[in-house]
Design a protein around this ligand. Structure first.
Ligand SMILES: NC(=O)c1ccc[n+]([C@@H]2O[C@H](COP(=O)([O-])OP(=O)(O)OC[C@H]3O[C@@H](n4cnc5c(N)ncnc54)[C@H](OP(=O)(O)O)[C@@H]3O)[C@@H](O)[C@H]2O)c1
Length: 427
C-alpha cells in the first residue's frame, strides 16, 4: 500500500504514520529550460504533469497529502513566465533554503488534504488532520511578522514564490499556513476558497484594508471571478451594498442569483480610458444605486484604474491587489486629491485574517464559488480556461481524491445551508 493510496482510501493516522513517504510525487510544474520558448503564452504548453523529487521536511513544516486543489491566477502568470519567470523567486529563496531552487517549479497556492508528516517543531497539527492551506509563507523569525505577517521582507506566496505548491499529490507547507478543513464541504469545495476569499477579506473587511462599514456602496470589478465572487459575498454579509461589474448577460444573471441587484455590464463601455467614459460609467453606477461607491475593489489594473479612482466617492477608497490588464496605471490625480480619496495596496492576507475568513466559511456564512472540476492530469486545461476568462468563480482540480463530493463530514450543516447556495456556481 502506498501513502497516496492509503490517504485516498481514508486510512487512519497510525497507518499513515507507518507508511513510507515516496521519493518522488506527481505534480503540476513548469520547467526552467522552457522559459521564453513559447511566444503565444498558451499555458497548456508550459504546465506539465509528472514526477518530481520529494523534498526533505524542515522542522516547522508539514507534508500534506493533497486531495484537491484549485487554479489561481498566479499559476497563469507562472506558466506565461510573466511578468518575470518565477524561477527568479526560487533562486532568491534558494540562497537561504536551497531545496527550492530546482529546474522544476511545482505550482499552486490552494489545497485541501490530510497531514501525513509533521516537522519536529510542529506543535498544533498531527498526522491525520484534515486541513486547508493558506498561501502566506512567512518568516516567523522576522519581528514584523508578529505585527502583520504581510509586512515581512521575506513574505512569499506559497506555490508561486516558493516551490512544492498545491497542484500535486503532496505539498510542503509551513505549519503557520494550516487551517482546519470546513467539515460541511467536499475536498474540492474546501480547496478552492482560501487564497481568493482571504485576499478579498483583507481588502474589504480587515482594518488593514478598506474597513467596509454597514451600508457602504462597494463597486467590484470581475464580480463573478475568483476574487470578486468572494468580495460580493463579504459585502453582502457585512451589510454593504455591492455593485458588481461583469462582461456578459450570463455573468450578470449569476450575480443577481447571488443577491447582488446592482450590476454593470462592462461590455457596454468600450474603453474606460478617458474621462468621458469614466463619467458615463459613474453615471450608470449612480443611476442604479443613487450614490457613488465608498469603496472600489480593484485587481483589474491598467484598463480600469482611472475609472476606479474617478467613481469612488469623496473621501472613498480604491483598494487594489492586482493588475490583470497591466500594472503601469494612469489616473487623473486631481480626482484623488481634490476629493480626498485614498488608494490602498493590499496583498494576500495574514494568518489571523485567513483564520477569520475560514471561520466564516466553516459557519456557512461564505460559500465556495467552485464552478467546474478537472483531474490533476488536466490541470493545464483548467488553467487555460482561467487564462482565457472562460470561467466563473473558482476552477477546482482533483489530486488524490478519486472523485468529486468526497470528504463531507457535517451533512446537517450542509442541509441547513442548502445545496442551491453551495453549488450556485456549478449550475
Ligand atoms: N495580491 C494578491 O494577493 C492577489 C490575490 C488574488 C488575486 N490577485 C490578482 O488579482 C487578479 C484577479 O484574480 P482572480 O483570481 O479574481 O482572477 P479571475 O478569476 O480571472 O477573475 C478576474 C475577473 O476580472 C474581470 N476582468 C478581467 N479582465 C478585465 C479587464 N480588462 N477589465 C475589467 N475586468 C476584467 C473578469 O470578469 P468579467 O470579464 O466578467 O468582467 C474576471 O472574471 C489577478 O491579476 C491575480 O493575479 C492578487
Amino acid at each position: 500500500m502506498t501513502l497516496a493510496r492509503a490517504v485516498a482510501e481514508g486510512a487512519d493516522p497510525a497507518e499513515l504514520a507507518a507508511l513510507e513517504v515516496p521519493s518522488t510525487y506527481r505534480a503540476v510544474h513548469v520547467r526552467k529550460d522552457e522559459v521564453g520558448m513559447f511566444p503565444d503564452k498558451d499555458v497548456r504548453r508550459t504546465l506539465h504533469v509528472g514526477q518530481v523529487p520529494m523534498p526533505e521536511l524542515a522542522a516547522d513544516e508539514v507534508l500534506v497529502a493533497v486531495m484537491a486543489s484549485a487554479i489561481n491566477f498566479n499559476t497563469v502568470w507562472t506558466a506565461m513566465f510573466e511578468p518575470i519567470p518565477t524561477f527568479a523567486f526560487l533562486e532568491r529563496l534558494g540562497r537561504t533554503d536551497p531545496r527550492h531552487d530546482l529546474p522544476t517549479h511545482v505550482v499552486g497556492s490552494d489545497a485541501a488534504g490530510v497531514v501525513v508528516r509533521t516537522g519536529v517543531a510542529v506543535r498544533r497539527w498531527k498526522v491525520g488532520d484534515r486541513v486547508v492551506t493558506s498561501p502566506a509563507y512567512v518568516d516567523s523569525e522576522d519581528p514584523i511578522t508578529h505585527h502583520d505577517g504581510m509586512l515581512g521582507a521575506d513574505l512569499r506566496a506559497w506555490g508561486f514564490e516558493t516551490n512544492f505548491g498545491g497542484l500535486a499529490d503532496f505539498a510542503v507547507v509551513k505549519a503557520t499556513q494550516l487551517l482546519p478543513k470546513p467539515r460541511h464541504l467536499s475536498w474540492e469545495e474546501a480547496a478552492c476558497n482560501m487564497l481568493c476569499a482571504s485576499t478579498a477579506y483583507r481588502m474589504l473587511v480587515s482594518e488593514r484594508g478598506s474597513r467596509m462599514r454597514q451600508g457602504d456602496v462597494v463597486l467590484l470589478w470581475g464580480a463573478t471571478g475568483g476574487l470578486g465572487a468572494y468580495g460580493v459575498q463579504l459585502v453582502k454579509n457585512g451589510g454593504g451594498i455591492p455593485v458588481g461589474v461583469v462582461s456578459s448577460p450570463e455573468k450578470a444573471e449569476l450575480l443577481r442569483r447571488m443577491g447582488c441587484s446592482h450590476v454593470v455590464d462592462r461590455s457596454q463601455f468600450e474603453h474606460l480610458d478617458d474621462e468621458k467614459a469614466w463619467r458615463r460609467f459613474g453615471a450608470e453606477v449612480r443611476r442604479q444605486v443613487g450614490e457613488d461607491p465608498a469603496i472600489v475593489f480593484e485587481h483589474t489594473g491598467r484598463e480600469t484604474f482611472g475609472a476606479s479612482v474617478y467613481v469612488a466617492r469623496r473621501g472613498g477608497s480604491v483598494v487594489t491587489c492586482g493588475s490583470s490588464s497591466g500594472y503601469a496605471h494612469e489616473y487623473d490625480n486631481r480626482h484623488l486629491w481634490m476629493k480626498l480619496k485614498s488608494i490602498i495596496g493590499s496583498h494576500g492576507a495574514n494568518y489571523q485574517e485567513c483564520h477569520e475568513v475560514n471561520r466564516l466559511i466553516s459557519l456557512g456564512m461564505i460559500h465556495p464559488t467552485l464552478s467546474r472540476v478537472y483531474p490533476l492530469e488536466r490541470a493545464a486545461d483548467a488553467a487555460r480556461a482561467v487564462q482565457l476568462n472562460e470561467h466563473v468563480g473558482k476552477v477546482g482540480v482533483l489530486a488524490l481524491a478519486p472523485e468529486e463530493d468526497l470528504g463531507i463530514e457535517d451533512h446537517a450543516l450542509r442541509e441547513r445551508i442548502g445545496e442551491d447556495k453551495l453549488r450556485l456556481f456549478r449550475s
